[in-house]
Write a protein that binds this ligand. Structure first.
Ligand code: NAD
Ligand code: UDP
Length: 337
């Protein structure tokens, strides 16, 4: 049994990681300030004897009395509307927050895995992004708080590794989707699924010809754990993502097709600095971690749609359905009324 701390453990990816590591028999401490995460994501774990929640903002130093073997850092707003709402805070989470976790890792002699991002490549210069690419980021644009924050976080970790031999792991995560994304998150899959389920047109930004590659959350969590468990010599950065590349417009049609509906789209202005394309080269992850995603987009969308269908269902309609660990918004509202 390992003692594992997960910063950002109440978020979309973090909650799946907490769940998987508890299931594997480890002791998990989730640190979160609920800035963009949600209690319902971890409510099913709160009773578990090997799960603990610490409500804390990692921008402030963190002291934990228990031993820690591994730290996963997923704490950071990840959706563009969320991270652009308070850009200074986004920078601080990635600089001060990561510096604080480095201190904790040094003190506890723990491995530290950083959830970095494909955004370090900015608006990519190559069709396929490899870890050797240095990136093309506009450092004064509206996405810079996130992109440059994450780049600085990588810098802090690699300097710490070079100077003090801190055992680090850096995962560059490409667009990931699945249950427990927030319904008002603003990211493409949650937007399109919620819009299609509620018979609204899907909001395509620009002409929809820009591309992304979408990884299902279970595959991504598997990649993160494999990276943490890899030999100390494997520091990364390592791309984790699904190489199947699709235009945004194609995504709208796939969501509609899985729902068995005709795609209704509404074209909206393209946000500033929106990257033209994204497709990960995952040969490093395959060679060093034996990892590749196995969930098809249609299979992942089916599970994601099922989650949002329950979440959006009115209280009475869903009470007969098996709820798994999903607390519907309707039920939550009724409970707090
Ligand atoms: P999310 O917003 O759902 O989760 C982030 C979590 O971190 C939330 O629970 C939030 O409350 C918490 N948090 C934010 N600031 C914090 C702070 N200062 N102190 C403590 N907790 C804090 O986002 P996500 O999609 O789950 O992303 C998780 C991580 O993975 C992020 O670091 C993100 O940059 C990275 N990532 C995600 C994707 C993706 O497609 N989901 C892609 C690339 C990178
Ligand atoms: N997008 C869109 N409609 C939406 C949300 C996003 O067309 O409702 C586009 C967005 O412009 C980008 C892509 O989908 O080109 C992925 O956006 P997301 O915010 O999910 O992540 P990003 O990769 O931009 O960080």
């Amino acid at each position: 049994m390992k003692r594992i701390l997960i910063a950002g453990g109440a978020g979309f990816l973090g909650s799946h990681l907490c769940e998987r590591l508890v299931e594997r028999g480890h002791s998990v401490t989730c640190v979160d300030n609920f800035r963009t995460g949600h209690r319902r994501n971890i409510s099913h774990l709160l009773w578990h004897p090997r799960f603990r929640l610490i409500e804390h903002d990692i921008v402030k130093p963190l002291s934990v009395s228990a031993s820690i073997d591994e730290i996963y850092n997923l704490a950071c707003p990840a959706s563009p509307p969320h991270y652009q709402r308070d850009p200074r805070y986004t920078v601080m989470v990635n600089v001060m927050g990561v510096a604080n976790l480095i201190e904790l890792a040094r003190y506890k002699k723990a491995r530290l895995l950083q959830a970095s991002t494909s955004e370090v490549y900015g608006d990519p210069l190559n069709d396929e992004q490899s870890e050797t690419d240095w990136g093309n980021v506009n450092c004064t644009g509206p996405r810079a708080c996130y992109d440059e924050g994450k780049r600085c976080a990588e810098t802090l970790l690699f300097d710490e590794w070079r100077q003090h031999d801190l055992p680090i792991k850096v995962a560059r995560i490409f667009n990931t989707y699945g249950p427990r994304m927030q319904e008002e998150d603003g990211r493409i899959i949650s937007n399109f699924v919620v819009q299609a389920l509620t018979d609204q047109p899907m909001t395509v930004y620009g002409d929809g010809s820009q591309t992304r590659s979408f990884c299902y959350v279970d595959d991504l969590v598997d990649g993160l754990i494999r990276l943490m468990d890899s030999p100390a010599s494997v520091t990364g950065p390592i791309n984790l993502g699904n190489p199947e590349e699709l235009t945004v417009l194609r995504v709208a049609h796939r969501v509609a097709a899985v729902l068995g509906k005709r795609a209704k789209v509404d074209f909206n202005p393209l946000p500033a600095d929106d990257p033209r394309r994204r497709r990960p080269n995952i040969s490093r992850a395959a060679a060093l971690l034996g990892w590749k995603p196995t969930t098809s987009l249609d299979a992942g969308l089916t599970k994601t749609i099922a989650y949002f269908r329950k979440l959006l269902a009115p209280v009475n309609a869903h009470e007969a359905l098996p709820l798994d660990n999903v607390v519907s918004m309707g039920a939550a509202r009724a409970a707090s009324a």
